[in-house]
Design a protein around this ligand. Sequence first.
Ligand code: SAM
Ligand code: SF4
Ligand code: SF4
Length: 340
Amino acid sequence: MSHAGSSIVDRHQRPLRDLRLSVTDRCNFRCRYCMPEEIFGPDYTFLPRQELLTFEEMERLVRLFVQLGVKKVRITGGEPLLRRDLPLLVRKIRRVKGVKDLALTTNAFLLDRYAVALQKAGLDRINVSLDALDDEVFANMNGGRSSVEKVLSGIDAATRAGLAVKVNMVVQKGVNDHQILPMARYFYKKGIPLRFIEFMDVGNHNGWNTDQVVSKQEILHILQEELPLEPLEPGYFGEVATRYRYRDTQTEVGIISSVTDSFCGSCTRARLSADGKLYTCLFASAGADLRGPLRAGEEDEQLLQRISGIWGKRADRYSDERAHNSPRSRQKVEMSYIGG
Ligand code: SAM
Ligand code: SF4
Ligand code: SF4
């Protein structure tokens, strides 16, 4: 069987296009909506080193995923910059023919240290997560682990290094919604695209309920009161953000509305955990082990069939069906493990 150039599709005819690669389940932040300190404290057991995929194993899997249609790879975590020698992995993935876009999602705490090395290794883009410009609000959200200044200096370092940077802000009602406009003003002036993310019911520990979601419509309303926007066409099939630009400028702003305006119909993303489990949805309860077969010596062809089989059976539509799901009925994979 040859897979070259083909793109496999799932049960809803969605092609496999993107791979999110988690490189660690550890993080130097304790964002309340992702890794609350009470759960992810000193006694929490993270993955032992030998269970993590090596860079060679990741490179091989990326090569196989590309044969099945993947064009974009995003490195994530936990906090990916905690994985030692990450630029080496970037270099390996950059060498895989067919990877058109190589990106990283980070909290930026260590970015000023690594920006140049990442750019030199061939990274195209960085998404930095920052939820507030006010230090007190930010510290309250990240578990007291970082100042705003530290993240902004990481963003500056990445820009100086020549990396394309976008900033992501998770909006939680009553927590940081008053930061929507200050964040928009700041990144508008800097000419850096900012994307607001609706607070999601990922994982099992963030106490999510709909009252804490600030909807896309509410965010738009707040923005437009001060900064008029013009809608933009989606950049490509499956783009998660609804895009706008500030009127008469080239600076973009976007909203990722996974809760109030879900987009499962165009979801082309597969997720690989740091220990090599393949998840076909951010809200899945379980993943399919690829590390075992890989370490047991399976040939490429068998692995390709394995992955195709999993994608072919995929029917996930969690966000589209959210209103009908009973939210506490099942365990979900943790965001810090799967990486968003
Ligand atoms: N540590 C890195 C970071 O924060 O950028 C990468 C991993 S983090 C899990 C990936 C993204 O998921 C971040 O932008 C984070 O804000 C987002 N995220 C985590 N929990 C979320 C939630 N409950 N709702 C919406 N976004 C969430
Ligand atoms: Fe860490 Fe990112 Fe989760 Fe915050 S959102 S705790 S930075 S993994
Ligand atoms: Fe994709 Fe699952 Fe999110 Fe729907 S809920 S967009 S299928 S990851």
